[in-house]
Design a protein around this ligand. Sequence first.
Ligand code: HPA
Ligand code: ZN
Length: 335
Amino acid sequence: MTIAELIDGIPKAELHLHIEGTLEPELMFEIAARNNVTLRFGSVEELRAAYEFDDLQSFLDIYYEGASCLLQERDFYDLTMAYLRRAAADNVVHTEIFFDPQTHTDRGVPFETVLDGICRALEDGEKNLGITSGLILCFLRHLSADAAMATLKQAIPHRDRIVGVGLDSSEAGNPPSKFQAVFDRAREEGFIPVAHAGEEGPPAYIDEALDLLGAVRIDHGVRCDEDPDLVERLRREQVPLTVCPLSNVKLRVFDTMADHNIQSLLAAGLCVTVNSDDPPYFGGYMNDNFHAMATALLLTEADVVRLVRNSFLASFLDEEPMEAYLRQVDEFVAS
Ligand code: HPA
Ligand code: ZN
């Protein structure tokens, strides 16, 4: 088996995926047309051509604009189902996806419309594609803590369908500390806390996410390597990092894939995982991320297997299904 065959075939989990960020241009135009929403871009080609970013904010501006076509329950269903089909093609067998309710409720779309559409697709994805899943509500950190608290209160009656809460959007200048009270309440209500930190923000935001929000997983976290004490802490506590290689290159966190630090973080003993973040915007789904790394960083087969085992170990799966998936990984590698 070549390393490319290993990457394509091995069963894997995805833990860092924004469902609104999976909107392919073709589906965006289809949904916009049926909802009578006018997009700033005239064609699929024009939109794709705009996918050149200088930093996180330049991406977020287009990401929010794309999401503005999503209005009906069916839109959220179609969006989620399209992602699940792509994930299944990459042998992703478990996925924990983010959604950004404020992006929709601020446009007058009811919270339940968003949730119902996504969850109906997740149920069909499990039935028809065999993909298990979890849903993580992300607060938009460029908005106020009060707005995040109001969103949390909308989510509480739906606790059975939402496993965790996270923090995304513009990182610099919006430290985790801003949301301490929201995360205190979320943990009391039984939501598992995670947070984007150390993508564009400083390593201190990673410490804050752990200490002030109780985050059990750090999304991105790649800037940890600027603080050796933090790297040692992440290793000792085995805090998972959900790293998104193609995203980091597209958003200029690293100049090229060859400059990415994922392999050195792995070698330092950190619990690193690979994820696609917002695949159409960043140039690829799960396996594309692995292939890009394998080529640029000379990833070994052992690296691939470690990264994939970590994806299940870092998931919110119960022990029994987690063990079953890890056995599937071992069986695939042995075959
Ligand atoms: N970082 C922060 N916010 C986001 C991202 C990301 O990579 N993707 C979608 N919202
Ligand atoms: Zn992200």
